[in-house]
Every structure is written in C-alpha cells, then in structure tokens.
Design a protein around this ligand. Structure first.
Ligand code: KG4
Ligand code: ZN
Length: 392
C-alpha cells in the first residue's frame, strides 16, 4: 500500500510517501520520500505560533513539498498531458478558494505530470490549529480528486503514539507491544495519559488542566529570554547546570504531585518561574540553574503520574510520545525509575527526528486506519477538528 501523508496541524508542513508492506501492525515501512518545512524561524519573532501565518505558510509550501516528495520517490516522471475536465478544475478551485494561489500551483503540477498512482492519502485533521489543519485537509481532498484516491483523516496524537513505536533497527516495523499499554503524550499542545487496551482503543485517564508541558517549556524560555521554541534550549541549559552541579536557584512547586488522580497542571509552575525572574537580571549560570530546577519538577510530576497509571492499570508497556519526549533527561529518569520500580514494563520513546511533528507518523496511522478511508467527493467528507480527542 502506497500512502501519501500530510501534516499541517501546527508550524511544520510535512509530507511523505511511504510504502506499507504487510498488514498493520506487522508491516514494514519503506520511506520513498519525506519532506518537512519548519516555520519556526517565522514564528520565533512572535514568541509562539501565529495561526494565520501558519496557514499562509502551509499554503505557500505544500505544492513544492509534494513535488519534492514525489520526485524523491521516483514518481513525477511522466510527461503526458492529462485531460482536465472543467468541472473537476472548478471543484479544485472551490475547495482551495481560501488559499490564494494554491489551486493554480496544484493544477499546474497536475497538468505537467498527470495523475499519480497511490493507494491512500492520510491527512492530519486534528487536534491542532484549525486554520492550519484546514489547509492540509482541503489540499488532501483536492489531490485525492485529481489522482482518484481515497483519503483518511488522522488524529495527530495517534500519529505521535505510533511514531514512538517505529523501529528503524527492526526493519522499519512497529515494536511488538503488550497491552494494556499506557501512553504519556507530551507536546506543545497536549499533556495526557492514555490507556490503550488494544491497537486503536484509547481511553484518556489523565490530562493537563491548563498548560501543556511543552507550552510551559516555551513560556519559561520566553521569561528568561530564549527564542521560541524553548524546549530544547531550556533542556540544554538544565543539562549544563547538572554537569556543573550548580546550586538551586529557586524553590519551585511540583504541581499536583500528590493529587490522587492522573491529571497535571503546569500554569502555577510557570507563574512561580515568572516570580523568580521578575525585576531581576539573571546571570547565565542562574538561568541554567533555573532551567534545571524547572525541568526537575516537571520530570518528577511526569514520572510519578506515569508510574501511578502503570500500576493502576496493570500495564506492561509505556509509550512516551510528542515533542517533549525528545528530552533526554526526562527519558533517562523515566527509564531509571521503571528499572527500579517496575522492571517488567518496557518503555518506548521515538527515535531522533520522530519526536516532534512529522508526516511519517501520519502515514503509520493512515495504514492503521486505512479501512475508514473515504472518497474525497462523497457526502461524508473529512473535516478539520482542532479539538479532536483520541477517545472520541
Ligand atoms: O509534538 P510537537 O512537535 O508539536 C505539538 O504537537 O505540539 O511538540 C513541540 C513541543 C514544543 O513545545 C517544544 O518546545 C517541545 O515540544 N520540545 C521539547 C524538546 N524538544 C521539543 N521540550 C523539552 N525538551 C526537548 N528536548
Ligand atoms: Zn505534535
């Protein structure tokens, strides 16, 4: 099965062409083409992602990225001029009318190269920034009409879960996990604990009541003058503080550490960091110490709640996914804790490059969800849903 996957939920425009060999979840995946354009530099100016700009950038880059992916995959070789019926052209123009120039770009590509033979288009349709999601969804539908292929709407968080199981050292297959599994999803928009009783069966058992953990990293970064996205930079400074054994800079609260449920809260922690830096000029060492103090508290909460979820639900597997799962201190601390407290639990983290947003994860979820693919022109079409939840 040849899958074109499209991800535009936030500030990364990502497309890939992947071949699934075998049935989900035992398939191996060959990556024929993969392209990602990050808008980080553009949003850094605003200190966060600006939805209207994200949407505009997705629309401006998506056709060149499609062309790149198809070329890398050895497609787009054909030179024949396909017939384009006026009603199809009109349909594409209507579908893409909110994105100036996009229909023209796509139709030009089509007129030059014709229809490509693939089996499925998988597109993220939530959760995420709705204006950004719509670009990907409408574009997927337009390509699906031109190439006459079905489309499936993918939950971005399911993508993150599967990305953590993608194992390049095992013939690009998914790890063979045992259920129930607990998934700790930590990204810029989400912090949640999910119980998986089987593939595709999700139950949310804990979530943040306010900020997501990645959001807290980004806000702390801003407070100490580090540009967006702050996660990796805060992590780097925290590691420097650990190496130099710097003394604590601030006493920070570990929010909801002792609450009986599996929920999180990070906005109080962010406020405590704000008070710690207010009206002060911090030295580089003090900034490092503060980043370490912040990361220690975040990690303590994530570890405690994940272990509680594992115990409460008798899980044998922990899957950690989302942008913050790239954090090496969080990874080593979780692994060390499991080794001492629950040695029979196996933890899975994404390989480098698959923790933050990408389209390979959307192709994996597309393969898992291929049976629910829809015709792009049917009455029941795919819609973007910024608040799409895993368990609904
Ligand atoms: O999954 P992702 O790429 O986008 C969302 O779906 O939100 O996650 C992005 C988030 C950002 O908040 C970024 O600061 C954070 O992941 N992040 C990190 C690290 N790398 C990325 N946070 C902590 N440590 C890191 N190494
Ligand atoms: Zn994400």
């Amino acid at each position: 099965m040849l899958i074109l996957s499209i991800e535009t939920s936030c500030d990364e425009t990502a497309l890939s062409l992947i071949e699934a060999k075998g049935e989900f979840p035992h398939a191996s995946y060959e990556i024929h083409g993969d392209a990602l354009w990050s808008q980080i530099d553009i949003h850094a100016e605003y200190g966060g992602v600006f939805p209207a700009i994200a949407k505009r950038e997705h629309a401006a880059t998506i056709v060149p990225l499609l062309e790149k992916v198809m070329r890398e995959a050895g497609k787009l070789e054909s030179t024949y001029s396909p017939e384009l019926y006026p009603e199809i052209e009109q349909q594409i123009r209507t579908l893409l009318e909110r994105e100036p120039g996009l229909a023209d770009q796509l139709l030009t590509l089509y007129k030059e190269h014709g229809r490509q033979t693939i089996d499925l288009i998988a597109v993220t349709n939530g959760p995420g920034l709705e204006p950004a999601l719509w670009v990907g969804v409408n574009f997927a539908r337009a390509v699906a009409i031109l190439w006459d292929v079905v489309v499936v709407g993918i939950n971005h968080m399911e993508g993150h879960i599967l990305a953590s199981l993608f194992d390049a050292d095992r013939d690009n297959q998914l790890s063979d996990i045992s259920f129930p599994a607990i998934s700790l999803l930590i990204s810029g928009g989400h912090t949640e604990l999910i119980k998986m009783s089987d593939w595709g069966h999700y139950e949310k058992i804990g979530q943040t009541r306010d900020d997501a953990v990645g959001e807290a990293y980004d806000k702390v970064a801003r407070l100490i003058g580090i540009p967006y996205p702050g996660g990796p930079e805060v992590a780097k400074r925290a590691e420097q503080a650990r190496k130099a054994k710097l003394p604590p800079y601030a006493e920070l609260p570990a929010p909801m550490l002792h609450s009986k449920d599996l929920d999180f809260s990070f906005s109080g922690l962010k406020t405590a960091v704000r008070y710690a830096v207010q009206d002060k000029e911090l030295s580089e060492e003090q900034k490092q110490a503060l980043c370490r103090d912040f990361e220690d508290v975040v990690t303590q909460v994530l570890v405690k709640k994940s272990c509680a979820a594992i115990c409460e639900h008798g899980a044998k597997t922990l899957i950690v996914g989302g942008g913050v799962s790239a954090n090496r201190y969080i990874k080593r601390t979780i692994e060390a804790k499991l080794l001492t407290d629950c040695p029979d639990v196996t933890a899975y983290f994404p390989k480098p490059g698959l923790s933050t947003d990408n389209s390979i994860m959307i192709a994996l979820a597309g393969h898992a969800r291929a049976k629910s693919a829809l015709s792009p022109q049917g009455s029941d079409v795919i819609r973007a849903n910024g608040n799409r939840s895993l368990d609904s």
